[in-house]
Design a protein around this ligand. Structure first.
Ligand code: NAP
Length: 281
């Protein structure tokens, strides 16, 4: 474990083994940050350390297991040597799709736990390092919670677990933003539109194992799947999202909610009257 150089700002990114988290780690390391990226396997830890070099340090933790998050906090604290963290990016997440009647309960629990329990545990555990411990040196840190441009604001059919988890993250972020004002710790939501990452592939492979093809859900479900494929084709390049996240931790006055997307109409969907919106499903 290398300790922090005087000039380095340290950031934690959860879920750094792939997709958005991985690209963000790459960008942050390139910018000279010390990056602590959470992974769940030693293999991912080794591969990422090799790829990103000494600016990257893996934290092996499942964000839903408190003892692992606490262990990671000790590792980070040692490395910071009395200084504060610059930012915590709560990015780890999964995507579950399917009719409520057919989603295995364990999958619903995993969806909610990963996003909301994970965001709660990481926030709670790392808050002292972000500035609530006044003995540490440095400016107040920031917390960036990754939501979803639509999932965080509107409910889509067959995405109840995903949307519930993202709505919860948005409410959690708003409470926290107000709660942390006395410490000057800013809480920011980054709610992207579609980004092409492995999250959707894993989902498609998995759906094959659910059986409801002989039910009324079949046709509308396939419609939703098609629209997701369309979103995937119209994805925002991942580097553009990383730039937005970077801006959210560097700019003096960050927005409350960033909504980077390639599909600008998505920005107004949350404001469409609900009954009118129902016609589209
Ligand atoms: N891609 C999009 O279109 C999109 C749009 C809006 C929002 N988002 C959000 O962006 C975030 C990142 O998604 P992504 O698209 O980059 O997906 P991804 O490539 O599948 O990455 C998800 C990351 O989360 C990690 N993770 C999952 N469960 C975890 C747990 N219990 N503890 C620790 N890490 C865990 C995964 O680690 P393992 O490799 O160990 O599984 C992986 O590193 C998610 O919150 C997602 O909802 C994505």
């Amino acid at each position: 474990m290398e300790s922090l150089k005087r000039t380095e700002r340290a950031v934690i990114v959860t879920g750094s083994s792939s997709g958005i988290g991985k690209d963000l780690c790459r960008v942050l390391v390139k910018k000279g940050y010390k990056v602590f990226g959470s992974v769940r396997s030693k293999n991912d830890a080794g591969a990422l350390s090799k790829e990103l070099g000494s600016g990257f340090e893996p934290l092996i933790m499942d964000v839903t297991i408190e003892s692992q998050v606490l262990k990671a906090r000790n590792q980070v604290e040692k490395c910071l040597e009395g200084r504060q963290l610059w930012a915590l990016i709560n990015n780890a997440g999964v995507a579950t799709l399917g009719p409520v009647e057919h989603i295995p309960t364990s999958e619903f629990v995993t969806q909610i736990d990963t996003k909301i329990l994970g965001t709660f545990l990481c926030t709670k555990t790392f808050l002292p390092l972000l500035g609530t411990n006044k003995k540490l040196k440095g400016p107040a840190g920031r917390i960036v919670n990754i939501s979803s441009i639509l999932g965080g604001k509107i409910g889509s059919p067959f995405m109840s677990a995903y949307c519930a988890s993202k709505h919860a993250v948005e409410a959690f972020s708003e409470s926290l933003r107000r709660e942390l004002k006395p410490y000057g710790i800013k809480v920011i939501i980054v709610a992207p539109g579609s980004i092409s990452t492995p999250i959707w592939n894993a989902l498609k492979n998995h759906i094959g194992s659910m059986s409801f093809s002989d039910t009324e859900y079949h046709v509308p479900f396939n419609k939703v799947l098609k629209s997701l494929e369309q979103f995937d084709k119209n994805s925002l390049p991942i580097e553009q999202l990383s730039k937005v996240i970077l801006k959210s931790i560097e700019t003096k006055n960050p927005k409350i909610r960033y909504t980077p997307t390639n599909a600008y109409s998505q920005k107004i969907w949350p404001y469409v009257p609900k009954k009118l919106m129902d016609q589209f499903f």
